[in-house]
Ligand binder design. Structure first.
Ligand SMILES: [Fe+2]
Length: 494
């Protein structure tokens, strides 16, 4: 017990205007009656509940200064109630009632956050001491231990999951994080998420926590009908929840605790169900993204095939420009999302040539002025093809500007310096290099060394000087490797 406060039994400890609101929980009506009477005499307003579930229902709509609860009750125990209170109202002190034989349990309860315990039969002085202690603690912050911040942990977990979903497009690591956050929020010792095979995705299972509990969950076996299931054994408690997608059951989330940590209370089951719903959302969002990505890649592939089929001199050009530009993006340390724009935009840069007369495209001589005027339209035409697609907006801007020059003397808009986007400045250098080192209808390919000299010469006029320098310093063997790429090979897009 706590240190005594020595108040005379007859004198109320609290003036009535400072009465404590006390919730008393016990399955024995006689105990409830006795405690209620004693507490009233001590200036408390009391409410009573015959079991932990009733107490939790009262806690939904009321707050109390103190909860006094028996440990042993049918259904959820006083320790379960203690954990639930610490989750919902961590500032509310809980005092547990125990018989002499279970003092050890009461000590354990103190360790897990009860502020005190009372032994049966009650002594008036003990109750007075408890009330004095609670009164003393009012106005002070009662430390939140263990699982006290459960819902807070849950919210933080959901934020973490959202961030991971944005940065990682892979289902397994995101599900591992969902499981980890769920285990933390519930104070569970182990768990697993199992997904069924669905729409081309193979079955998938992730697990976390104590391996022997995970094994028990595996043996318990996921139910297949999608309902919520609980399991109580002498050693562990289990909870299994369906992961329901918009078009049916996606799988199950199962968590478990060793028996000393208690059953999964109704509010904990709801919290776990929240994680299961979140898992469903994450899985469906990632699937949607994967399908958009695959549409995007197929669109680009179709465009590139159509373009290269038209003109043998441009065969492989888009692919090589994309690979040269990607090498540049790598050495320049461009972020992954910008590097992707560069990769796709480089493939699409000459898309507008799809609608240029073949007689102009394949003319084995320099173009005359009118022909050149038509040819100069291809950046605008390319942009016009991509614009309605919306999701390639960044790439469309690069396509429009890939003939701009750093000194502002390019076309169609005469942009200069950094008014030309970084992806465009990168693609421009790669495009020029591949044009110089490929055969054209009106001239033969230039040797690499000569072309690299030309790139350096164009620094500050045609090209961004830093990017031109970075290109000239790329490893020659890699440039040679790229120059030998088979026309139409788009496997690197994946
Ligand atoms: Fe072009």
């Amino acid at each position: 017990m706590t240190k005594g406060y020595g108040s005379p039994a007859s004198a109320p400890l609290l003036p009535l205007e400072e009465s404590l609101r006390v919730l008393v929980v016990d399955d024995d009506p006689l105990v409830l009656r006795v405690l209620q009477d004693v507490l009233r005499v001590q200036g408390c307003e009391t409410s009573t509940a015959g079991n932990a579930d009733r107490a939790l229902a009262l806690l939904d709509n009321n707050s109390y200064d103190l909860i006094v609860s028996d440990i042993r009750m049918p259904g959820p125990s006083g320790l379960d109630l203690l954990r639930a209170v610490r989750s919902r109202q961590p500032e509310t002190p809980v005092v547990l009632i125990t018989g002499y034989a279970s003092v050890e349990t009461a000590v354990e309860a103190l360790r897990s956050g009860a502020v005190d315990y009372l032994t049966k039969p009650f002594r008036l002085q003990d109750i007075e001491k408890v009330l004095a202690r609670v009164r003393e603690a009012r106005g002070q912050t009662i430390a939140i231990h263990g699982d006290g911040g459960r819902h807070h942990t849950g919210v933080l977990g959901l934020i973490q999951i959202a961030e991971a979903t944005i940065s990682s497009r892979d289902v397994p690591p995101v599900l591992e994080l969902v499981l980890e956050c769920c285990l933390n929020a519930l104070g569970a010792d182990g768990g697993r998420i199992q997904l069924r095979e669905s729409e081309g995705r193979p079955p998938l299972s992730v697990h976390g926590g104590d391996p022997s509990l995970v094994e028990r969950l595996r043996e318990w076996g996921a139910t297949r009908d999608g309902g919520r299931k609980t399991r109580a054994t002498d050693e562990w408690y289990g909870l299994e929840l369906p992961i329901e997608g918009k078009r049916g059951l996606l799988g199950q989330l199962a968590v478990a605790r060793w028996v000393e940590r208690g059953v999964f209370l109704p509010d904990e089951q709801e919290l776990a169900q929240g994680f299961a719903r979140h898992a469903a959302l994450v899985i469906e969002n990632l699937a949607l993204h994967a399908s958009l990505q695959s549409n995007l890649l197929n669109t680009i592939r179709s465009f590139v095939y159509a373009l290269e089929a038209k003109d043998k001199y441009t065969q492989g050009h888009s692919t090589r420009v994309s690979l040269y530009a990607s090498e540049l993006a790598k050495v320049l340390g461009v972020p992954a999302n910008v590097a992707a724009v560069i990769r796709y935009a480089a493939l699409l840069h000459d898309l507008g040539k799809l609608v240029i007369y073949e007689s102009i495209l394949k003319k084995p001589a320099r173009l005359v002025r009118d022909e050149y005027t038509i040819m100069m339209q291809h950046p605008l035409i390319g942009e016009g093809i991509l614009q309605p697609l919306g999701f390639l907006a960044e790439e469309a801007r690069v396509v429009r500007h890939h003939h701009e020059r750093y000194d502002g003397k390019g076309f169609p808009d005469g942009l200069a310096g950094e008014a030309i986007s970084l992806p465009t400045r990168i693609v421009t250098v790669a495009d020029a290099f591949d044009a110089m080192t490929s055969d054209r209808p009106y001239r033969s390919a230039m040797p690499f060394e000569t072309a690299l000299r030309e790139i350096r010469k164009g620094a500050g006029s045609q090209f961004d000087p830093q990017i031109a320098e970075a290109f000239a310093n790329l490893e020659l063997h890699r440039l040679i490797e790229i120059s030998r790429i088979t026309p139409g090979s788009l496997d690197f897009l994946e």
